[in-house]
Design a protein around this ligand. Sequence first.
Ligand SMILES: [Fe+2]
Length: 347
Amino acid sequence: MSADESRKAMEKDPDLLWEEPSAGTPSEIVPTADEVSKVSIQEELRRVDKLYGEALGYAHEFINDIKNGKPFDFNDATPMVGEFIDSVFRNESAAAAISKLKAFDEYSYTHCINVSILAVILGKKLGYSRERLEMLGIAGLFHDVGKVVIPDHILNKPGKLSDQEMDIMRTHPLRGYQILRDQPGIPPEVLRGCLEHHEKFDGSGYPRGLKGDEISDFSRLLTVVDVYDALTSKRVYKDPMPPGKVLAMMYKWRVTDFHPNIVEEFIKSLGVYPVGSFVRLSSGEHGVVVDHNPLDPLRPCVRVAYDHEMHRIPVTEISLVDETRELTITDVVNPDKYKIDVYELIQ
Ligand SMILES: [Fe+2]
């Protein structure tokens, strides 16, 4: 790989990215309404919030077991993944939102749970069976276990990694595969998900530079949700990026990095402005997206609670599709900058 190719690959590497490329707009994606949430997001948020807490406890356990060289039973994760799948089938926006709305700072633990949840949402959109969704959710949970052997000073370095550090970082898919392979009964799809989740459609990924159909089905999904979660999460070396902006960037990269249609399907399932996005409207007011509109992804339902100067105003819920003032979303705003708790606002 030339220095230029290496730089380009690094810029788009979710583990290494700290500069923000300019975003395009995936506005030509117009999905059809094929799913109706069975319960409200508020009701499902309460359930999935509790479940997320339990999942964090499980993630601590299995990561510590791996660090200490203890065997672990991957089947222990099946009931938990099953509950997330149930949640996604009741209201998929709640599970997607919970991973972005709470101010977690334990990236190593939250990332594996978020990738599991988001993979299930994407797998559901792609028509996976329940059995396959369970396996995919487990693959998401364990995809990054190889990072337990990466030294903390590299994993959490607040600045740019040296070439040598980057080489070490890039060993984590293979190290993870080796760890999982030594556990009894791990299915091949889960092993491949771990080994191949940084491979890219055009062959520019790692560790093996696989391309196209050489990359497994699970890995194709995992790479999409892995990039999304990494870029929308806070890391020691970067602030979280707004979900809508990340989806727009991924839409730009869809031809080189991802298999055909997967990013498009992911955007359809989350919406261009995913639930939980804090947005500015053309009126100058601000609010949080509380529901997306599958027929018009640019015009979701927004709970408006702040004026143009970010002063609190009485809450009103506006569906931008039905709005007679023809309001549009003009920007996605980082609520942390204004110390706004979006999780409190959405409940
Ligand atoms: Fe990774």
